[in-house]
Design a protein around this ligand. Sequence first.
Ligand code: ADE
Length: 426
Amino acid sequence: MSANAEASAGYDVKDLALADAGRSSIDWAYQSMPVLQSVRKHFIRTQPFAGYRIAACLHVTPETANLMITLRDGGASVVLCASSPFTTDDGVAACLVRDYGIATFAVKDESDEMYHRHIMAAIDLRPHMTIDSGCDLVATLHSSRQDAIGDVIGGTEETATGVTRLQVMAREGVLQYPVVAVNDAATKHLFDNQYGTGQSTIEGILRATNVLLAGLKVVVAGYGWCGRGIAARARGLGANVIVTEVDPVKALEALMDGHRVMSMGEAAAIGDIFITATGNRSVINREHFDKFKDGAILCNAGHSNVEIDLGALQRAASSRKEARPSVDEYAMRDGRRLYVVDGGRLVNVASAEGHPAAVMDVTFANQAFAVEYILKHHRSLEKRVHPMPPELDRQVARMKLESMGVKIDKLSLEQEKYLSSWAEGA
Ligand code: ADE
């Protein structure tokens, strides 16, 4: 379809006939999202978004579908496009259009051209608010769609990479509306990044390669919340974990957590599996390709597909072939073979199903509250990146605990007094 035809059709998905399968996955995920269920009931009663248009650029998964339905049920007119060309569940996209009337522009494995066209189609709805994951929607609005930016009162950002991009925009004075960094909520990065990425990255690698992790040397590049989750779970399965870092504090933490720490140059010669989770480019590059052992496996769990310099690998290799679905074998000129999983794209969403619904429950409850917060407070928010309000963060944690039937202690009056006085000491 052309951009115009898509915009007037109100959607662009692979095939509406896939909607039944999508519906089953959305319903299955919903059962594990009790916090979002409560938020949805609250929104149905209060209709906070009546008359507002929201554009979301997120992985098109069953969990995302439940967030979109929640916002729609809160009165919003919602449009969804993919935050990666490769992660769309075509059944989910079809179901959102057919059963929920949500404008969806996403097709699995879409070309770069189609990916950008779909972002444009979402902007054509002239959103009042944006929900972004990686900052492509916001960057497009600020670079080539200034015509639509005047309508936008605020946005939210899902990922660490996106928050970094937004902070650069704010520093350079180009960010034209306030954005809440949902990624930085404690109940987001401590859970989704650590437990969600940790588990699903290992799951993606196992599904793609069927290796036995026990006894292997697994090199994790980056010891942010994603990296530490991956490292902990790899160790749990018996791997010998090596961490590489550029930040001395994080490197020290990795060491104190019991991992070996060294430079990538040193690790390249000893590792069996390499997993990048830094959010930066060319973390694995030409220097390392020359050192890897025969059979080394390379995967990425950071944002986008730039962490492994595949252009340099392609130039250094004599040939490439598919070793198994999702795994490419690069034959090096000296006879070594290197394996790249999922073309260096996010292994946890490409070869597994991304974060489980139980963890996206917490993340997307934060997203829903953040959108409501922007709506209430946008007039007083400066055009910069804002933290998630701590009271909302704690509210999400409280709701998750409640949904799991867990009760916690309260401070006694005596304890509150003790904490608020400086005169009383040991
Ligand atoms: N990012 C990682 N996992 C995800 C999921 N299941 N849904 C949406 N975004 C995600």
